[in-house]
Ligand binder design. Structure first.
Ligand SMILES: *Cc1c(COP(=O)(O)O)cnc(C)c1O
Length: 356
């Protein structure tokens, strides 16, 4: 069967360039960088290029993706989503490190490690304001550390925190010093030395490039900054990074001149929203061969100026093509934001092609 797939074009060279740029800046500042592969569902070709660019290790949110990468790429793997209790055995088997915040899960990881005759490294997550994962109560934090230190098959490998994923909270020099104080207090209390102080993601890139990350913090987990060349605190272009890492390409299925507002009795669209339209008169519009099953329509930007994405249903995206002389069967290309990229990687209908 011939295929009618939209394409996700992946530039391994551009991803390599961005990873190397951030890894080298990290090296200069005493910060190890893990490459986060979760947006790509653990694409082994991307994993390979990140390792070649010098990342300390690879991080992903799903153990299935780690398993897939591990078959092809040698690296230290970290599971960055909190472990599922039902999956602790696979986690110990395939991940070297996991991020944790629950004593019940840690006990299960310890038991599985013992059963498999393995050791597993733990980073304890601390809540610093973004209100997603991590321990906020400082007594609970001390208790959990006291207990891990007694667990035979777990190694307490570090403390971590996360920003800007749920609450939109941006890391600052002040929050970083607060975190460092806490780390030092823990190290003193238990007379330990924690190898990895893992204090954030792509929203820490501005602080990294300005040299403002306290020395004690020596690790960041970077996904979007490498993949899209922008930080996530201010969505600013990282100096020297490439923005042409990914392109999305669709095919035109219909071109018609039509009114820009619908007519008849208007209720909700297919997704339960009441649509609103601006009357621009009769316009030339194209229907493309992809929809919400493949991208986030608000997250794609046409490469040609003057073309506008009007919206998408499950399987169509509707664009205003202005005065361009396109024909049925022609291609239109787009840049993607993180949300659209995640969707494109996740859709089995999107064909992934590697440019170099
Ligand atoms: C997704 C995620 C990251 C990477 O975030 P980016 O913004 O893509 O750099 C880092 N740490 C954790 C815990 C994550 O969930």
């Amino acid at each position: 069967m011939n295929i009618c797939s939209p394409l996700l074009e992946i530039s391994l060279k551009a991803i390599y360039h961005n990873a190397k740029l951030i890894v080298e800046k990290g090296r200069e500042m005493g910060v190890y960088i893990d490459g986060v592969t979760k947006v790509s569902l653990g694409d082994p070709k991307i994993a390979d290029i990140l390792v070649k660019a010098g990342v300390r290790g690879l991080s992903d949110s799903r153990i299935e993706s780690i398993k897939r990468m591990k078959e092809e790429v040698e690296a230290e793997y970290t599971l960055i989503r909190l472990p599922c209790l039902s999956q602790v055995e696979e986690i110990v088997k395939y991940a070297d490190i996991s991020l944790n915040s629950e004593i019940k899960t840690l006990r299960a990881l310890n038991a599985s490690s013992k059963k498999l005759g393995k050791r597993h490294k733990i980073i304890i997550m601390v809540e610093m304001g973004d209100i997603r994962e991590g321990i906020w109560n400082r007594d609970e934090l001390m208790e959990i550390i006291r207990e891990i230190l007694k667990m035979e098959n777990l190694d307490l490998y570090g403390l971590g925190t996360n920003f800007t994923c749920f609450g939109g909270v941006i890391p600052t020099v002040e929050t970083y010093w607060e975190f460092v104080d806490l780390v030092e207090k823990i190290e003193e209390t238990f007379s330990i030395n924690l190898p990895l102080i893992s204090a954030g993601n792509s929203s820490s890139i501005p602080l990294l490039f300005e040299g403002k990350i306290p020395k004690k913090i020596n690790h960041l987990r970077i996904g979007e900054g490498i993949m899209l060349g922008k930080d996530t605190a201010f969505r600013k272009h990282i100096p020297g990074a490439r923005l042409d890492t990914f392109r999305f390409i669709g095919e035109i299925l219909e071109i018609k001149e039509k009114p820009s507002v619908p007519w008849g009795i208007i209720n909700e669209d297919a997704f339960g929203h009441k649509p609103s339209f601006v009357d621009k008169g009769i316009r030339r519009r194209a229907l493309l061969n992809f929809g919400r099953q493949d991208i986030d329509p608000q997250g794609i930007t046409p490469e040609l100026p003057g073309i506008e994405v009007l919206g998408a249903t499950s399987d169509y995206t509707v664009v205003d093509i202005g005065d361009y002389d396109f024909k049925v069967g022609d291609n239109l290309s787009f840049s993607l934001n993180y949300s659209a990229l995640l969707q494109a990687f996740t859709s089995p209908y999107v064909k992934k092609i590697y440019k170099d």
